[in-house]
Design a protein around this ligand. Structure first.
Ligand code: AMP
Ligand code: ZN
Length: 345
């Protein structure tokens, strides 16, 4: 089965063609980061309008790169949520219209399921069951995954998501959006131990996270340093390293706990923050110590992309699922509400 995947849940327009026999055929992405940068975050109305502009050229591009005529697909998958409703509606309307014109089924896909399954596009994909750490701009969750659609939430952030904490901390340090890659780059020249920030909620049992206090700790340190004059580039790098280390250690401690609690050995990390090199190294070390393994997608498929939606949609369309009513677009959508995948006999 060949599926066109469309992702428009936030500030990236992603389009891809996935074939269940041949794998990923082509993918293309337009990032709106430059459009939103001056506002310090995503402006929903601007995001929707830009998706309208980008979708058709990106679709033309993937069909051409795959050597296919537009419409040579067996289904269309689109992100139905969670996300910005206006942005989701652009992708959903486009997907439903094309599916109608091409007389193929359409299916709304859960964005976080897309992220969670993105490592399946790699050469050595993980086997089920596994524990997944979903770390994106909007979510920080630990999930037990027994199969597609078989998700048990083990713990999540009570306030800011990890990516959000990176973005907000970067903003208070005067760094551009998105903050994750900026902090990671700065942290490379930081002095280890110059700033030590708390590892929130690691001193008590459980798999919940809380990152908003950490951001406040960095703010206090930043204000203290700046009251003594301009914050030097070295102090900025030291703060970035202190913050990144605190987030990485917190995530590592909770992942270790989740593996121990479930008795599972495989850990999957997905979402934008899973591109973080320090996090990957720390989780590799931790899982090796438990004789386990960690899996992640290539950096381009950690952040939002069309390939993950084409893949997830293809699995569900293959199982016979498809949209029956209108365009699906949900701002919120708990992942454990998804139906398990039942393959057709
Ligand atoms: P997503 O919501 O999955 O598209 O991911 C976007 C989030 O990932 C934003 O909050 C980024 O700041 C964050 N991010 C992207 N790359 C990195 C990185 N290398 N380190 C930390 N956070 C990152
Ligand atoms: Zn995402």
């Amino acid at each position: 089965m060949r599926v066109l995947g469309i992702e428009t849940s936030c500030d990236e327009t992603g389009v891809a063609l996935y074939d269940s026999e041949r794998g990923l055929l082509a993918d293309a992405l337009f990032s709106q980061i430059d459009l939103h940068r001056i506002y310090g975050g995503v402006v929903p109305e601007l995001a929707s309008r830009d998706h309208v502009k980008r979708l058709v050229p990106l679709m033309r591009e993937v069909f051409e790169r795959a050597g296919l005529q537009p419409g040579e697909v067996d289904g269309v998958a689109y992100t139905a949520g969670p996300g910005l409703v206006g942005a989701l509606l652009v992708g959903g309307a486009c997907a439903r219209a094309l599916a109608f014109a091409w007389d193929v089924p359409a299916l709304g896909v859960h964005h976080m399921e897309g992220h969670l399954l993105a490592p399946m596009l790699e050469e050595a994909p993980p086997q089920f069951p596994f524990v997944a750490l979903l770390v994106s701009g909007g979510h920080t969750q630990l999930v037990r995954v027994d199969g597609i659609g078989e998700y048990q939430l083990l713990g999540e952030s009570l306030d800011d998501a990890a990516g959000e904490a990176f973005d907000k901390t970067a903003k208070l340090m005067g760094l551009p959006y998105p903050g994750g890659p900026e902090i990671a780059r700065l942290a490379e020249s930081g002095t280890p131990g110059a700033f030590v920030f708390p590892r929130p909620m690691t001193d008590r049992p459980g798999l919940e996270f809380s990152f908003s206090g950490l951001k406040t700790s960095v703010l206090n340190a930043w204000q203290q340093c700046s009251s003594a004059g301009e914050v030097s580039a070295q102090v900025q790098a030291d703060l970035a390293l202190g913050f990144e280390t605190a987030v990485v250690e917190t995530l590592t401690i909770k992942c270790r706990r989740a593996l121990k609690q479930t008795g599972l050995k495989r850990l999957v990390i997905a979402g934008g923050v899973s591109a973080n090199q320090r996090l990957r190294s720390s989780l590799e070390k931790m899982t090796a110590g438990l004789k386990g393994e960690v899996f992640y997608a290539r950096p381009a498929f950690c952040t939002d992309n069309g390939a993950m939606i084409a893949y997830a949609g293809c699995q569900r369309l293959l199982a016979g699922q498809q949209d029956v009513s209108g365009i699906e677009a949900r701002a919120r959508w708990p992942m454990d509400q998804l139906p398990p995948l039942q393959l057709k006999a």
